[in-house]
Design a binder for this molecule. Structure first.
Ligand code: UD1
Length: 419
């Protein structure tokens, strides 16, 4: 497997362009299953998870082409209601096909995603909500089977805001009979992006981005085009890279309005953040200050930025308390960061990080996307060489990571397997 080798100590400077959002692209691509003709999506990031989605759409009978940063999905041949284990296990977000398959074909059979490195990540809330729309749901042989000739609108309150659950329900309810109200819905920008895509297809969705979303079901949805929004987590990762290295980085094509919690926290570390409509300039302090973080559903501080901030805390002055409230077991990067010299003590869902003057490079690996990103960030400031193994995880979520960082002056290279 490829590895990434970084020699730390370079200050990052220059301009980098944000890619399209992985987490917005996944449901939006899947939503094409609801259309009556080919849908075109631009600014789609070239990532392993997107290729997995394209493969899944093809398996279901749709035609999907990915070239440049454009994906065209023609759902004309979509008639297979089954998403098999082999495809779902590669990417948990495959569960997003459940709602659209059910709404379109009246029955669906989707493999259960199984365990995940960052906790149990169940789908009980997706299933409970689909049952409220009238679906008969069964779990057998590791699969969810759902059936219902025509879903019926309902008033649904989620026990906790779930991003994937809200997305599955938006897609299912778009073709249901009558009105669906989703309460305690997730408010992430990716939900708004999906609602926009569905509305462009002729759906009637209001309230996306708030905790209460109303969906007036329609008989059919038409083909439409959409440009994928910028990736706020990728952007946030480059912001931390700039802050960590005392750098001066401009990020173009991004959405500062999706990153307010991250910007607030970065400013508290002494980092200067200047924002415009679609750009940001981030200038790191000579020594960042520690800052306490508590992950929350949007608009709170994103769990997907927790690992990256932990690296900043690890080299900051003073101590930081980092609480993870979204996923249990999302501190898998801690043991690897400790190997680089970080002083981190974990108790339950809280990590106390005592800032150190220096980290020192070592071979490391991680079993999750954002944890791997945090190791890359650590490598940028560690003395000597850091070797990140299992690059597979980074390729799921960061488009041209090493190219973008090298463009900002990092000493980083990918070593192909066997190299
Ligand atoms: C999405 C993002 C992921 C991000 C997460 C939280 C995608 C593809 N992934 O994941 O990057 O970290 O939002 O912002 O967009 N839960 C249940 N039952 C359910 C569903 C969720 O208990 O049926 C729990 C989860 O275990 C977790 C919490 O709800 O503790 C939030 O999960 P959710 O918002 O659903 O995350 P994902 O959609 O899986």
């Amino acid at each position: 497997m490829d590895k990434i080798v970084i020699r730390g100590g370079r200050r990052l400077a220059g301009t980098v362009t944000a890619s399209g959002s992985k987490n917005a692209a996944l449901p939006v691509l899947v939503s094409a299953l609801l259309a009556d003709g080919p849908c075109t999506y631009d600014n789609v990031p070239d990532l392993r998870d997107i290729h997995s989605t394209v493969e899944l759409l093809r398996h279901l009978g749709a035609t999907a082409d990915f070239a440049g940063n454009r994906v065209v999905v023609d759902p004309g041949g979509f008639c297979n209601p089954e998403a098999p284990y082999d495809l779902v296990r590669k990417m948990r977000a495959s569960i997003l096909v459940l709602g659209p398959i059910l709404a379109r074909l009246g029955r669906a059979r989707v493999s259960l995603p199984g365990g995940c490195a960052i906790g149990a990540r169940p789908i009980n809330l997706h299933l409970k909500a689909l049952a409220r729309l009238g679906a008969d749901i069964r779990l057998e042989h590791g699969y969810v089977t759902a059936s219902c000739p025509r879903l019926k609108g309902a008033d649904i309150t989620f026990d906790i805001p779930t991003v994937g659950g809200t997305e599955n329900l938006l897609m299912a309810a778009a073709l249901a009979e009558g009105v669906t109200t989703l309460r305690n819905a997730a408010r992430e920008p990716e939900i708004v992006a999906l609602a926009d895509a569905l509305n462009a297809m002729g759906a009637h969705i209001t309230g996306a981005g708030t905790a209460t979303i109303e969906i007036q079901g329609v008989e059919a949805l038409k083909a439409a085009s959409q440009t994928i929004i910028a990736d706020r987590i990728e952007t946030g990762t480059y912001m931390v890279a700039a802050a960590l290295t005392g750098g001066d980085v401009k990020i173009e094509g991004c959405r500062p309005d999706h990153l307010e919690a991250v910007i607030d926290k970065l400013r508290l570390t002494g980092t200067a953040v200047e924002t415009g409509g679609d750009w940001m300039r981030v200038r790191g302090a000579p020594v960042p200050r520690g800052v306490d973080i508590k992950t929350q559903p949007y608009p709170g501080f994103p769990t997907d930025m927790q690992a990256q901030f932990m690296v900043l805390a690890a080299v900051a002055s003073g101590s930081s308390v980092i609480s993870e409230t979204i996923f249990e077991n999302r501190f898998i990067h801690v043991s690897e960061l400790r190997r680089l010299g970080a002083d981190i003590v974990v108790s339950g869902n809280t990590a106390v990080v005592k800032g150190q003057n220096r980290l020192s490079g070592a071979p490391v690996m991680a079993t999750d996307l954002r944890a791997s990103a945090s190791l890359v960030l650590a490598g940028l400031v560690a003395e000597g060489t850091t070797e990140i193994n299992r690059v597979y995880h980074l390729d799921r979520g960061y488009e041209d990571l090493e190219g973008k960082l090298a463009g900002l002056g990092a000493d980083i290279r990918r070593v192909p397997a066997g190299g």
